[in-house]
Design a protein around this ligand. Structure first.
Ligand code: ZN
Length: 155
């Protein structure tokens, strides 16, 4: 049998362990059967091992995503905020948190880290709100200045 990747005929039936890793979680599948090339390492799982591989992969994905979704929901509830309120504080779209909590969208890692920090130090929320107001004030001031500049240019 020729290797589909390199064309060598060093394909051999192998039984080995395969480790899957995703989002900081990993999982090892034992006694995986397949035919592998001893030249380049390419190979094909047999049907049963392939099924186990894809199932494990899907399971791992669910575990990681599910964990994050549940974490976000739990933290939000503990802060007694609605999805919209939290979105406003974080400056993301209104529906962002409903997507994160349903596992439709994977939240950006910095957002998750920030949420976990806020969970431990809820007083940070007040500061975050303050930063946001400050940001709006700065934008407002910039707008005023640009209007003044325009008026000057006209006059
Ligand atoms: Zn090969």
């Amino acid at each position: 049998m020729k290797c589909p990747a390199c064309g060598q005929t060093n394909m051999a039936e192998t039984i080995r362990e395969e480790t899957l890793a995703y989002g900081g979680q990993s999982l090892t599948l034992h006694a995986m059967h397949g035919t592998f090339c001893s030249s380049c390492g390419e190979g094909i799982w047999d049907a049963e091992s392939y099924r186990r591989y894809t199932e494990a992969q899907a399971g791992l994905l669910r575990t990681v995503k599910g964990d994050v979704s549940a974490d976000i929901k739990r933290i939000r509830k503990s802060l007694k905020l609605t999805q919209t309120e939290l979105a406003e504080i974080f400056g993301v779209g209104k529906v962002a948190f409903s997507r994160y909590e349903r596992g439709e969208t994977r939240p950006p890692a910095p957002l998750v880290t920030l949420l976990k920090l806020v969970e431990r130090h809820p007083e940070l929320l007040v500061e975050m709100r303050g930063l946001k107001t400050q940001g709006e004030a700065t934008r407002g001031a910039a707008q005023c200045l640009s209007q003044v500049a325009k008026k000057r240019a006209v006059g």
